[in-house]
Design a protein around this ligand. Sequence first.
Ligand code: ADP
Ligand code: MG
Length: 246
Amino acid sequence: MTEDTIIELKGLTKKFGKSLVLDHINAKINRSEVVTLIGPSGTGKSTLIRDLNMLDTPTSGSVLFEGQDLTTLKDKELDAVRRKMGMVFQSFNLFPHLNVERNITLAPVKLGLIPASQARAKAQELLEKVGLTEKIDAFPSSLSGGQAQRVAIARALAMNPDVMLFDEPTSALDPEMVGEVLKVMQDLAAEGMTMVVVTHEMGFAKKVADRVWFLDQGKIAEDAKPDEFFSHPQNPRAQEFLSKLL
Ligand code: ADP
Ligand code: MG
């Protein structure tokens, strides 16, 4: 690992039964890099991103995070590492019975990362980042999808993660709310957050990503800078995938 490497995959392999979903993937992600994972449905994007924090257990190979091989860790050690990896899914999974402040601060206060006396101020600060300070006392049921997803991002940030993993964070949103979530993600990237983003938002990939990984048949079939990828994709399936989008 070089000093800049935050995540390294070595021979990462995942099988579900006989189906080989990830096939000996070798890859590195540098600190502050934004990598977007794209590809047709069923190509293993979610599996790959879930393997980064061991939400899914690889069949073989290693996932190094900050130099530590996560596949060798016990549950307790893994919990500690997972705190440094924020995850945002398609569905927001906010706690429905807690207001926005408590949704954001419950875990970090419990873990002693934030003193209870500073919880509200911390929630306020994080809500400022996602443009929702006025919602601090609101309950999830009163939020729009876009607002809920921005709270979910604030909640992940409350753990002070070193990397943020996003799995199709805007796919469940009404179209008019996609932009507000992408804007928050763009701001995060600009602040230097390391991010791995599964997305179908090619505009985001073009504008914000440092690299695009195109997944096909268990491999990163193409790993390129967005301007190269979108103007001259090398992989035939990537070409086909892109041609269908336009
Ligand atoms: P993507 O996110 O690119 O749509 P996934 O990673 O969700 O793809 O799935 C990749 C493949 O692995 C698919 O064929 C899917 O059916 C299969 N798969 C994913 N999760 C499981 C599971 N828990 N059990 C069995 N098969 C799975
Ligand atoms: Mg998926």
